[in-house]
Write a protein that binds this ligand. Sequence first.
Ligand code: IMP
Ligand code: MG
Length: 177
Amino acid sequence: MNEAAKPTVLYTREQIQATVKRLAGEITCDYAGKKPLVIGILKGSFIFMADLVRELDFPLEIEFVRVSSYGRARQSSGKITVVQGVRTAVKGRHVLVIEDIIDSGLSLRFVLDSLRRKKPASIKVCCLLDKPARRAVPVPVNYTGFEAPDRFLVGYGLDWGEQYRNLPDICYIEDKP
Ligand code: IMP
Ligand code: MG
């Protein structure tokens, strides 16, 4: 890790909170009464997921999958591995996948492909951050928090080499000369 790297705020905690409430409103319109299975992709989505589901005032179930693709690099390695799969039955359920950030789309496509094989009744995606400029494969996104610039972001669950997940704001890393 570059010791000179300094996080600069891109989205404040207040902006994030307002965006989470907006997403929760959209999701409530579509899912209230459907008892969805809400599946967070770890580790990055843990804070977003925790804030989002507390804004959803209807019955739902929580699951997590953990995939790994980056190692300690900033670029996706393209090699995605499932570290922990879904244990709850997915067949016939309305599934809502919660992702922190979509970059190349490779991780999400991998997760969606494996969930589709389990025959859910429906499957949709909610991401907090989307970097459309970086997309390598098309992925369907139904709810988007922020359309983010093509920068490496940290904070609010997002890491760089496992650091910075605990920052309350979403920041970008400025490399000092
Ligand atoms: P993708 O497979 O390239 O779309 O990358 C998706 C995953 O990589 C996300 O779920 C994040 O965990 C991680 N990731 C992508 N971009 C960033 C970033 O800017 N900061 C931190 N993690 C990122
Ligand atoms: Mg992630």
